[in-house]
Design a binder for this molecule. Structure first.
Ligand code: TRP
Length: 363
């Protein structure tokens, strides 16, 4: 049996979109179905979401259930994966507290993800301490479950690097206790980061350039048909460019050979389409229609599954409760090993008590 322990999570700040899907969710389902793992932990990082939404608890609460529904709708199966909610595992907070002593302020300031995110949120002068230190809490998320493999987007690379540093430092000081995780990146290059429908580098709710997994067919079509392409491709005959052309990036991520027979028999492969587009004579509308057909086909089963789960919301919470309970047991076990290694397990260490009493009996 495989001894891989996978772990990954998402902040519940909005419904999940197709960027999450190609970047991570699809891979998780593949892992789940491969059965090449010992454990697959997937969690909703609500405590992390609160680090920059502390005045908006309702938003986080609403999105916990949205994300849970998104998980179930893409085919994550609670029989095979442990789905849980971060904030309900106090051991994670406790672990973070001890990890804080292993990281310097300047190291956190150099974390590129934190740097960009601080800037993006306009926090520059007033960063909440919890937000600033979330890489430490993320290291706790990962190590509490002894994760060996962490499937995440490329933007999370610095988080994993920081986690590895914490693990090494911990093990160096206290002896081998924690496990070094490896990052698992998406395979397809286009999936590393799916741009927004407007051509901006990233899909983001605040930019309004996302296609959600639960998108209705009409909105989906409308979003695809108004996507950013190539501003120099004005007339059909003009040569088109692929770089920075969101429609083609999405095709790279979603198009499969069988889509041609089904939706566009004029072409045999994506390379043929690209060649024609670059030469000139292929209009954006045709390419967008093709992309729309592909996305409609991809999202329909997801939307249908979601609708079925939406009918029994208490069952979704119950599933999360069970997953959380199971995850908590694992985290508690790790924390007890951590405390033993750090020599702060006073009450359950018979050896320590015996040793101390000897020291005071026979000075
Ligand atoms: N920071 C991650 C994100 O924004 C979410 C996350 C929190 C996470 N803890 C994690 C991902 C642990 C992987 C492992 O997407």
């Amino acid at each position: 049996m495989s001894d891989k322990i996978y772990l990954t999570g998402d902040r519940p700040t909005g419904r999940l979109h197709i960027g999450h899907y190609v970047g991570s969710l699809k891979r998780r389902v593949e892992i789940q179905e491969s059965e090449d793992y010992k454990k697959l932990f997937i969690f909703i990082a609500d405590a992390q979401a609160l680090t920059d939404n502390i005045d908006n608890p309702e938003k986080v609460r609403q999105n916990v259930i949205e994300v849970a529904l998104d998980y179930l709708s893409v085919g994550l199966n609670p029989e095979k994966s442990t789905l849980f909610i971060q904030s309900q595992i106090p051991e994670l907070t406790e672990l973070s507290f001890y990890f804080m002593d292993l990281v310097t302020v300047s190291r956190l300031q150099r974390n590129p993800t934190v740097k960009t995110e601080i800037h993006m949120r306009g926090f520059d002068a007033s960063i909440p301490v919890g937000f600033f230190t979330y890489p430490i809490s993320q290291a706790a998320d990962i190590t509490a479950f002894k994760a060996t493999h962490v499937p995440v987007g490329e933007d999370q690379k610095p988080m994993l690097e920081q986690t590895v540093e914490i693990v090494r430092r911990f093990n160096y000081i206290y002896g081998n206790t924690l496990v070094e995780p490896k990052i698992v990146l998406p395979q397809n290059n286009a999936c590393l980061r799916l741009p927004g429908t407007d051509g901006k580098a990233k899909m983001s709710k605040s930019l309004g350039n996302c296609i959600y997994l639960s998108e209705e067919p009409k909105e989906l079509k409308q979003k695809v048909m108004s996507m950013y392409t190539d501003p120099l491709h004005i007339h059909v005959e003009d040569p088109g460019h692929l770089e920075g052309n969101s429609v083609f990036t999405y095709l790279d991520a979603f198009c499969r050979p069988e889509h041609f027979a089904e939706f566009w028999p004029d072409y045999a492969s994506l390379d043929e389409v690209k060649e024609h587009y670059q030469k000139g004579g292929l209009g954006d509308m045709k390419v967008k229609k093709f992309l729309n057909n592909i996305l409609q086909a991809e999202l329909e089963p997801i939307r249908n599954r979601r609708a079925a789960f939406e009918k029994d919301i208490p069952a979704v919470y119950e599933m999360l409760r069970k997953g959380t309970e199971e995850a908590r047991n694992v985290a508690a076990q790790t924390l007890s090993e951590v405390k033993r290694a750090m020599k702060i397990n006073y009450f359950d260490d018979a050896e320590l008590i015996a040793e101390q009493s000897k020291r005071f009996q026979n000075p």
